[in-house]
Design a protein around this ligand. Structure first.
Ligand code: ZN
Length: 63
């Protein structure tokens, strides 16, 4: 099982889709993507509200 969440769902005008095996991996990938592409700091991406949104919007994928 894995998860995916669209960057757009997190409030960015962006077509990137974050994929990971669990929420912690999703957060990690989103932090890297946020830093590289959106110039966000790790603290901004790891903000409780953003993480809550990730949890709410993450889709479970059944391979
Ligand atoms: Zn993005």
């Amino acid at each position: 099982m894995s998860f995916e969440v669209a960057c757009r769902e997190l409030g960015n005008d962006c077509d990137f889709v974050v994929k990971g095996q669990d929420l912690e991996e999703i957060v990690k990938v989103t932090v890297e993507h946020g830093k590289e592409v959106h110039g966000q700091s790790e603290a901004q991406v790891r903000d409780d509200k953003v993480v809550e949104t990730m949890k709410a919007k993450a889709k479970y994928l059944y391979p």
